[in-house]
Design a binder for this molecule. Sequence first.
Ligand code: NDP
Length: 312
Amino acid sequence: MSVRVLFAGDDRDWPVYAPLLRSACAARGLEIALSDTAPDPAAVDYIVYAPSGPLKDFGPFTAAKAVLSLWAGVERIVGDPTLTQPLCRMVDSGLRQGMTEWVTGHVLRHHLGLDTHILHQDGIWRDKAVPPLAGERPVGILGLGALGAAAGQALAGLGFPVTGWSRTPKSAAQIDCRHGADGLAETLRRAQIMVLLLPLTEDTRGLLNAERLALLPEGAVVINPGRGPLIVDADLLDALDRGRIGHATLDVFATEPLPPEHPYWAHPRVTVTPHIASATRPQTAAEAIAENIARGEAGRPFLHLVDRARGY
Ligand code: NDP
């Protein structure tokens, strides 16, 4: 019998995902009945899910073996009381590559002082502004998961000394890995450029507050492609106003889209990007989803299972 799969992602994505999911499943010998509607929710085996899609109540999907998120961040679903099924988050090569490119680009912008030349084509020959080499620019990465570790390794490959921080002890090639409260303080103290790639959980909300911003070196740059509420906005704005923090490049915000009147837009030390650091790419995401369906059908453990208590 076919495996019944409901696509509950964004309506606009259905025509793109339908053929990719069918062929990725077929390549694994899986016969699936894939639909974007579920007249009989109790008959659905797997739910492919995005918060931007129509599904708001997981209760009726009594036989579903897993909810497979198209998004890496699961903070909008992890506490949903109707969700009793196992939840898997998206980890795939497209997301990883996109984030690595975005982080590397923005780190290099600040490291090389690119704005000086891009924004000031004013006839002044600034020949003294030679940037240091990467080896003299310590970078910190908060979060050493699928995305943080990849971005950190790319930066280390360019020669930046990278310190990374995670909840549990880790080892990652070329990254000085820290954990715990002491590890966080040490990571912050060293980082001239600080990248946030933590998930949003009860423990990480408001993590970068005035006290922790004060540990960063004078003039440090903050780059946040993680989640907006990791930062206490008022504290960051205060540190930017005083020049304690030299610049913040922010991709994610407590309210998205960022309201036009928000002080971040007009702040001379802030760059806003509209949550585009990375995106789930259908081609590689369909493979990740099919792989988890194949595992479920073979009775093997799912990949990237979310720990509901931990929140990620
Ligand atoms: P992972 O779950 O793979 O990694 C999370 C990392 O954060 C792990 O290293 C984990 O530690 C660490 N962590 C979690 N909680 C704590 C804590 N309390 N203290 C210290 N470290 C902690 O996530 P990904 O790397 O895949 O994604 C990270 C985030 O990036 C997503 O949750 C999402 O919010 C964001 N994102 C943003 C996108 C954008 O376009 N802006 C696109 C995609 C994702 P440990 O290893 O010990 O478990």
